[in-house]
Design a protein around this ligand. Structure first.
Ligand code: FAD
Length: 380
């Protein structure tokens, strides 16, 4: 079962042209003053021109919709993934988070649903399943072009790209693609789907160990790792070893993945593993869950002339503005002295960026500071 996606409102295209690199920005409608968006306005056909384009629909990008909305700024949210929620939705939807203010505990999918609900009154235009490839200056605006050639024009851009457009590190196995999405998965969308199954987990880090502990409650789990030492939290490793000693998890070490055994239709029957001397054995399996981490790359964002600090974008901590005027970075992707890569930090950065970008979007207009308790939210 797929995780619930945010409502997707297709953006009108500026160009729809052949090249994502050269959008025909002349066609873009001019920016129009946008008062606090009403329900009616948000239901109009989506325009290609918004105040703020947000790259990344992770928790921080979603909260930026709310912060911008409270200042009367219209937003479009673009994400390479076909679901909203970033790491929370893609990597750990069912894990509990304990450090979101006001929620003693909330699972990651629940947090995403709450953020979508909080953003909803401001009618963001979502464009999911599209990676932003280029960012070009067009007069006072910026134009984003996606991989399929769509273009979105905005006065300011918030890059909330987390670790970048991420993807799993795949094991180099023959015929892997035939099994992916059918019996080889890189993340667990819904743990319950795997009840009673034979699950082979490969990897030795936190996520391999955490999933082994969690799935052992409902499935037959084998963990394959090339060393007998695990790079996970010591207490989790201790629990793993206790479960292995009790025969509740099959620890297959030191072994690595060698081949997939199954039907041509992507149904797995076994996973072949190999030790350091090349000795092979087959582990009966319905599902393989390789947990070799994410390929975290900024991808095209690294080519946009932004000052970088290692794999993050350097910003002014007071405003979250980058070295390019009108381009802001918030959330995990933003770097400044003392930065904490936490969701709550990203929320505050979204507020700072929205207040700074207001002056670009509404030049000459005074920004009257008001608490949400005073201002209220449309429709609430
Ligand atoms: P992300 O959630 O990474 O979202 C970024 C989005 O941008 C992605 O969806 C990506 O597809 C998209 N994107 C990137 N590049 C492009 C592009 N060019 N075009 C279009 N889209 C693009 N944090 C906590 O505060 N508390 C916790 O308890 C906690 N637990 C965690 C547990 C795990 C297992 C993991 C992996 C992380 C945890 N975190 C926790 C960290 C937290 O998830 C991140 O800090 C948070 O997700 C960052 O949010 P973000 O919106 O900045 O980026």
């Amino acid at each position: 079962m797929r995780f619930r996606c945010a409502r997707v409102i297709p953006l009108c295209l500026v160009s729809g042209g052949e090249s994502a690199k050269t959008p025909a920005v002349e066609c873009a409608p001019a920016l129009v003053p946008n008062p606090m968006p009403s329900k009616e306005a948000a239901e109009l056909p989506a325009a290609a021109s918004v105040d703020i384009a947000i790259i990344g629909a992770g928790p921080v990008g979603l909260f930026a919709v709310f912060e911008c909305g409270m200042l009367g700024l219209a937003t479009a949210v673009i994400d390479a993934l076909d679901l909203a929620g970033g790491q929370c939705a893609a990597l750990y939807p069912e894990k509990p988070i304990y450090d979101i203010p006001g929620y003693p505990v909330i699972d990651a999918a629940g947090l995403v649903a709450k953020l979508e609900e909080q953003a909803e009154p401001f009618k963001p235009r979502y464009r999911l399943g599209e990676r932003v490839e280029s960012l070009t200056r067009a007069g006072a605006d910026w134009v984003l072009a996606t991989a399929s050639g769509d273009a979105i024009r905005a006065r300011a851009v918030f890059i909330a790209a987390g670790a970048g457009a991420f993807g799993p590190n795949r094991p180099p196995l023959p015929h892997l693609a035939e099994y992916e999405g059918k019996s080889v998965f890189y993340l667990v969308r819904r743990r319950e789907d795997w009840r009673g199954k034979r699950v082979v987990i490969a990897g030795g880090g936190d996520s391999a160990v955490d999933w082994a502990l969690s799935l052992a409650e409902i499935a037959n789990v084998a963990v394959v790792h090339r060393r007998d030492k695990f790079r996970a939290a010591p207490e989790s490793v201790a629990r793993l070893k206790t479960l292995a000693s009790a025969g509740k998890i099959d620890l297959v070490v030191p072994y690595q993945l060698a081949a997939l055994v199954g039907s041509g239709s992507g149904t797995l029957t076994a996973v072949t593993v190999e030790d350091l001397d090349g000795r092979r054995r087959d582990l009966p399996a319905d599902v393989l869950l390789p947990q070799f981490g994410l390929a975290a790359t900024l991808g095209p964002i690294a080519e946009w002339g932004l000052a970088l600090e290692r794999h993050q974008i350097a910003v002014d901590a007071a405003s979250c503005e980058t070295n390019q005027p009108g381009i802001y970075a918030i959330g995990d992707v933003a770097a400044y002295p003392g930065k904490l890569k936490l969701i709550l930090t990203g929320f505050a950065e979204a507020a700072r960026a929205a207040h700074s970008a207001f002056h670009l979007c509404r030049p000459g207009e005074a920004l009257h500071w008001e608490y949400s308790t005073t201002k209220g939210v449309p429709g609430r």
